[in-house]
Design a protein. Structure first.
Length: 125
């Protein structure tokens, strides 16, 4: 969702802004590293631009160290650190556009929802 918020401004950008303003955006160095890498590799941003954007996100976030998650929990092993970040943060929600994570529905009582579901939940949209 962070990548969508940066690469394609719109609903995800508004959601990240609202979370940073009215809630706590909790991330990990793993997630920020993935954002940096994908901004460079997938969207062609320069290393300097990607670092600058990630630095801005870091400044608006609380960072945690991901909890270790058993490897059989989800289809994509790269999502384990994201789930571990949510667990370490004692998150109330995990908002994502990742289909492998959304398939889980929830993890350790943390609902995993789409950005549009976040709006309906918190704005009554």
């Amino acid at each position: 969702m962070l990548i969508a918020a940066i690469a394609r401004p719109g609903v995800c950008t508004e959601l990240v802004d609202e979370v940073a303003r009215d809630h706590t955006l909790v991330l990990s160095d793993y997630i920020l590293g993935e954002v940096d890498r994908k901004l460079r590799d997938k969207f062609g941003l320069s290393a300097k631009s990607a670092r600058s954007l990630v630095s801005g996100i870091r400044a608006r976030s609380e960072l945690v160290k991901p909890t270790q998650i058993p490897p059989n929990v989800c289809r994509d092993p790269e999502d384990l650190a994201i789930l571990g970040t949510a667990v370490a943060a004692k998150a109330h929600l995990l908002v994502t556009v990742d289909k492998d994570l959304l398939t889980l529905g929830e993890f350790q009582r943390i609902p995993i929802i789409k950005p549009g579901d976040f709006w309906r939940r918190f704005r009554g949209a």
